[in-house]
Design a protein around this ligand. Sequence first.
Ligand code: CP
Length: 320
Amino acid sequence: MTAGIERPVWTRKHLLTINELSREEILFLLDTAESFKEVSTRSVKKVPALRGRVVVLMFFEDSTRTRMSFELAAQRLSADAIDFAEKVSSTKKGETLLDTARNIEAMGVDIMVLRHPAAGAAEHLARAVNCCVVNAGDGQHAHPTQALLDLFTIREHKGRIEGLNVAIVGDILHSRVARSDIRGLQKLGARVTLVGPPTLVSRDFEAMGARVTHDFESILPEMDVISMLRIQKERMTASGFPSVREYVHFYGMNRERLRRCRPDVLIMHPGPVNRGIELAADVADGPSSSILRQVTNGLAVRMAVLFLCQQAAAGGEHAP
Ligand code: CP
């Protein structure tokens, strides 16, 4: 490298998985999100960073948090945000994802935010278009912005991630959030324990460098952070456990279990919550819960993702 010319930390125009990011890139993105969080506290919640840019939200699966926060993030950066309404689109007439995307790109779109039920769909799209592609969740594969907002929230609460004991509990098998969280947490130096019934958390996950246990009770006192996952009934082909009642008995987080945790334990959930199944309502709404703070932080994180990807695509030009 030429002396005096600093290489920018973030040079990616796509965000497809957390696996591809270095520790340095993750920390840079979290720091950028930190500065964008302040924007939401202003009376005029807007900066001109993406003025004149177009962001299209292509959601082929239901979403509340991710879709709305990407839309709001684009608006707060002064971009035009367009919602691609899949249910009334020409994909219903048989148009493929790539043909749809190329036609949308032909209208002058700068960033495509894709949620799709097929694992690998975001990478498939990124190979076919010239604009930026951000993965908003692809099948059971990856949900990088959820992992980034989870990391942001943990760092905000605990002041660090390095050395923390973090449990991820529940339906690991079907969870793109778990896969992305595991990688993100490990890159920043946390120890990850996966908890759930053998049908939903097999020993195969140890290959990811995580500890696997089926005994939730035993790990409660040692955890700094416990992230409860939603039971994904829509992705289960066969029941992952004998009954919901039995699942709640062994793996539900409730007031009694919370009492056995450290007083400063952080209880997380990516949403949407099945109240009374993976999480009792009084814990979800209690002081240890960071559920709504995760949602708030998701906006700042998604502003950072849109801004950094667009900046990289534009060759590193600075925000006006
Ligand atoms: N956590 C999450 O991805 O929520 P949505 O499905 O509502 O976007």
